[in-house]
Design a protein around this ligand. Structure first.
Ligand SMILES: *Cc1c(COP(=O)(O)O)cnc(C)c1O
Length: 418
């Protein structure tokens, strides 16, 4: 069972709302720090264990700074993401560029920053050489094809646009080595939002075996294998969180069986977790503003899918709590909606909740990754603010809400009629 408890008391929340009107996202700094410490502790047996936080999950430099302070780095996949990492003080090889269909300026910026570059295709070797030159440490993204079965979010590897096939991978290391690259890593990302511990251990085994093969065939001793992100979170209260200590123990066993006998000891392990680092520690705070009874009962919030898209996009479950009614009976059935002119703009469908009154504060859980970040402006909806619940209990705004002027800003170019 995953506990779903909002970390802010009702009276304090009302104080916060006086200063920052709903809707907003709020992140729990203490919980994020605690979570990162647990991750690093679980993998403390790994030589130089690295976590490159997937910036796309919550691209806010205040959050990235917290992650850096706890020892994390950044996984970037666009030019602004590289700059966000830099802004947050994440430097050099703490940054990994894992992009696909990558434009030249991203490669160039990654080189300037001294980042590790993780190539998505064999053809990118030449493109990188021509447009940016090689980084000190180069990695390739492995797509194992039929060797792995994916889940619903990420799909099967054979259908995925990412990565190199097995044979291309071997060939790619050879080419890069011949071109003078000296330091290498290996990357894969084949699971997403996965709660099954064994699947991470299986991925590690596959990667360790591949590292051994690369050593045997090419004489290359990889510096790291990057197992990607994809650790899921218990969005539903009845789900269990992934036990990182169990995952670590399983990976350690595989390391001892495969890596040590092959003489690859010293091999580091990297991850690019996004969701599991910040996801459970971010909340979308909203207010119920309308109730409507037609063929169903609807509660309309002041937020919409521009603030949190996952329910509309994937039919994802996000837990909902009505503040002050945590212990009230769940004796009403509602569709909880936003205001976008799309019928899938619903945070919940047929959800059992306590009776909701207008003005009730409605908390939507697990919005701390792929939440605000996925926001968009369709229907001229403006994105909300992001707040940080600091370790000392104070609240800091870490991104203001968008204004209409922000929305119109791209119309106000030279010579514009408007
Ligand atoms: C999205 C992504 C991640 C992070 O995934 P999570 O599910 O948030 O852990 C990591 N690596 C790559 C390459 C990604 O595209």
């Amino acid at each position: 069972m995953a506990e779903k408890i909002f970390p802010i008391a009702q009276d304090k929340l009302e104080e916060i709302i006086k200063e920052y009107p709903t809707p907003f996202h709020i992140y729990d700094e203490a919980a994020i720090r605690k979570n990162l410490r647990r991750l690093f502790k679980a993998f403390d047996w790994v030589p130089g264990f690295r976590e490159h936080y997937a910036v796309k999950a919550a691209p806010n430099p205040y959050l990235l700074e917290i992650i850096r302070e706890e020892g994390g780095g950044a996984d970037c996949s666009s030019l602004p993401e590289l700059n966000l990492a830099d802004m947050a003080g994440i430097k050099g090889e703490k940054i990994m560029l894992t992009s696909n269909d990558t434009p030249a300026d991203e490669f160039q910026r990654a080189i300037e920053l001294g980042a590790i570059i993780n190539l998505d295709d064999i053809s990118h070797i030449e493109y990188l050489e021509k447009n940016a030159g090689f980084p000190a440490c180069l990695s390739f993204r492995y797509n194992p094809g039929d060797a792995v079965k994916g889940n619903a979010i990420i799909g099967n590897p054979t259908e995925a646009k990412y990565g190199l096939t097995h044979d291309q991978l071997i060939h790619a290391y050879r080419i890069a080595k011949d071109k003078g690259v000296k330091r290498f890593g290996l990357h894969t990302m084949v699971i997403s939002n996965e709660l099954e511990e064994q699947s991470f251990i299986n991925t590690a085994r596959l990667m360790f075996n591949t590292a051994v093969e690369i050593k045997e065939k090419l004489g290359i001793k990889l510096e790291f294998v990057n197992l990607g992100g994809g650790v899921g979170i218990p969005y539903r209260p009845e789900q269990e969180a992934v036990n990182l200590e169990n995952v670590s123990a399983g990976i350690k066993k595989a390391y001892e069986e495969i890596i040590i006998p092959a003489g690859l000891d010293g091999l580091s392990i990297a991850m690019e977790l996004g969701r599991s680092i910040t996801g459970p520690y971010g909340y979308l705070v909203t207010t119920a503003i309308h109730e409507k009874q037609t063929y169903k009962n609807y509660i309309g919030l002041d937020a919409c899918m521009a603030n949190l898209m996952r329910p509309a996009l994937y039919g994802a479950y996000h837990h909902i709590v009505v503040v002050g009614k945590e212990n009230a009976p769940l004796d009403h059935t509602y569709d909880v909606t936003g205001s976008l002119c799309e019928n899938n703009d619903k945070f919940a469908i047929d959800r059992q909740l306590p009776k909701i009154d207008m003005g009730d504060r409605i908390i939507i859980f697990d919005a701390g990754a792929h939440g605000h970040a996925m926001g968009f402006n369709y229907n001229a909806k403006l994105r909300s603010a992001e707040l940080l619940l600091c370790e000392d209990g104070s609240v800091k705004m870490i991104r203001r809400a968008e204004t209409q002027d922000d929305y119109f800003a791209t119309l106000h170019f030279d010579g514009s009629k408007f």
